[in-house]
Design a protein around this ligand. Structure first.
Ligand SMILES: Nc1nc2c(ncn2[C@@H]2O[C@H](COP(=O)(O)OP(=O)(O)OP(=O)(O)O)[C@@H](O)[C@H]2O)c(=O)[nH]1
Ligand SMILES: [Mg+2]
Length: 266
């Protein structure tokens, strides 16, 4: 407890617009991590009673992958800096941003890794995939090829991570560029894919900001909820009563059986 107090007194308070008191809802019920309206009751009780263990000090790693120019950097910049650049500057290797939240009164941080989509930088970027709790695969809703490549990105990301420990999101970008008819067509395919690979689906626009904050709040909340449940499980059923597990095993068909390949940078 004393550690917690000193750590909190060193850090400035979390920004008011990063405080999460209610569970943000999913974007589409057909492809959601879960569709519950509220945080798990065990998680809420644990937070109220300050029994969240190490979660308050935890930094969860998020990697954002996907084809070049789909808008990964813009998505992160819209959320972290509320900025948008219409000029394309390829990410070379990786970049990262830290975002601090307060979820149900408990500090919680995400380390957002923005990776390169260009083939020639992919090899550097992939060395940073390891240790991700959350994998976000971005595709451009106006470019069906970028959706077709999602499975390959997933496979690459899961080579470096434990597939059963990863929470997966598919995010369609540049929603502002697509007509409602075009959008609903690609959404059908994206929802189908999300269901197949057990991912939660979102669609956003970094230009207008539509759904960007909602998306990252949802990511932070689900990551937090999973971490608190894991912490409660660690502290044992005798202490905390029965654990309600949320169904969080991304059963990826392609990647889970693959052997780790050596990274190549020829
Ligand atoms: N209209 C519109 N353009 C966008 C949006 N998001 C990104 N763009 C544009 O798409 C281009 C590529 O965006 P980036 O964010 O740099 O793409 P990236 O995925 O990071 O690309 P790499 O770093 O090469 O992998 C830029 O010209 C952006 O301005 C969006 O929501 N709407
Ligand atoms: Mg980029």
């Amino acid at each position: 407890m004393s550690v917690r107090i000193s750590a909190m007194s060193v850090l400035p308070p979390v920004r008011k617009d990063r405080v999460i008191a209610q569970l943000p809802q999913c974007f589409r019920k057909e492809a959601a991590f879960h569709t519950k309206e509220d945080f798990n009751s065990k998680v809420k009780t644990a937070c109220q009673e300050q029994r969240t263990g190490t979660v308050g000090f935890k930094i969860s790693k998020v990697i954002v992958v996907g084809d070049l120019a789909v808008g990964k950097t813009c998505l992160i910049n819209r959320f972290c800096k509320d900025a948008f650049d219409k000029n394309y500057k390829a990410t070379i290797g990786v970049d990262f941003e830290m975002e601090r939240f307060e979820v149900l009164g408990v500090p919680f941080s995400l380390q957002l890794w923005d990776t390169a989509g260009q083939e020639r930088f992919k090899c550097i970027a992939s060395t940073y995939y390891r240790g991700a709790q959350i994998v976000i695969i971005a595709f451009d809703v106006t470019d069906i090829a970028s959706l077709d490549h999602v499975r390959q990105w997933l496979e690459d990301a899961l080579k470096e991570n434990d597939p059963t420990a990863v929470q997966l999101f598919i995010v369609g970008t540049k929603k502002d560029l697509s007509s409602p008819a075009q959008y609903s067509q690609i959404e059908q395919d994206a929802l189908k894919l999300a269901q197949e690979i057990t991912a939660e689906y979102w669609a956003v626009s970094s230009l207008t900001g539509e759904n960007v904050k909602e998306f990252f709040f949802r990511v932070a909340s689900l990551a937090f909820e999973t971490n608190v449940l894991a912490e409660l499980e660690k502290s044992g059923p005798r202490q905390i009563g029965g654990i309600v597990r949320i169904n969080s095993t991304p059963s990826n068909v392609n990647a889970s059986t693959k052997k780790k390949q050596p990274n190549c940078c020829q």
